[in-house]
Design a protein around this ligand. Structure first.
Ligand code: GAR
Length: 210
């Protein structure tokens, strides 16, 4: 049986998606390990979550770097040091450059709290409420040069209720994030994702693996 695949998680905040992925790995549902967690925010609770699970965790302060490219080069170095094959952005609130993208081609995933291509960028839940949509949700996608524009892997929809606030909508969406992000990671690990142009075809190999 092959070695577990090494995942590097980049997070800026609470890290609940990191937690969901770690929980599925520890439950034996994903043949992978989180090899490192890197944050650009020294207060990120994601750091604490990593430590609780014995995962190497690093704070890389973007303010110490002259450019986004230099920061991303440092990220690449750290990820390579830990043998990372899949990079998971889990609430990582930074625009990434081709330095990181080209180091991990079609191997960087992001989760966004809207049904892309609707409401990309910041405050997706606020955008959904202001627009007045009746359905929103979340999207896991491969990262490309654009903001939230890469090939879509999995989406999940939730209703938008009349009395929703940003917080209640975010919480309903987060519940679905914690389901579909680990599933997208599992599919990647099982070689169950094939990218054809902009489309991601799911060819789940789970039933045939040895
Ligand atoms: C998640 O809701 C994720 O969709 C969002 O940040 C949150 C991170 O939560 N990401 C973005 O808005 C990226 N554009 P977490 O730190 O608890 O995983």
């Amino acid at each position: 049986m092959s070695e577990p695949l090494n995942i590097g998680v980049l997070a800026s905040g609470n890290g609940s998606n990191l937690q969901a992925i770690v929980d599925r790995i520890e439950a034996g549902a994903i043949r992978a390990q989180v090899a490192c967690v890197i944050t650009n925010n020294s207060d990120a609770f994601a750091l604490e979550r990593a430590k609780r699970h014995g995962i190497p965790a690093f704070f890389l302060d973007h303010r110490l770097f002259a450019s986004r490219e230099e920061y991303d080069a440092a990220l690449v170095e750290k990820l390579r040091e830990h043998g990372v094959r899949l990079v998971v952005l889990a609430g990582f609130m930074r625009i990434i450059t081709p330095i990181l993208l080209n180091a991990f081609p079609l191997s960087i995933m992001n989760i966004h709290p809207a049904l892309l291509p609707a409401f990309p960028g910041l405050h997706a839940q606020r955008q959904a409420l202001q627009y007045g949509v009746k359905v929103s949700g979340c999207t896991v996608h491969f990262v490309d040069e654009g903001t939230d524009t890469g090939p879509i892997i999995i989406q999940a929809a939730v209703p938008v209720l009349d009395d929703d606030t940003e917080e209640t909508l975010a919480s309903r969406i987060r519940h679905e994030e914690h389901r579909i992000y680990p599933e997208a990671v599992r599919l990647f690990v099982e070689n169950g994702l094939r990218v054809v142009g902009r489309r991601v075809i799911i060819t789940d190999m789970v039933s045939t693996r040895s």
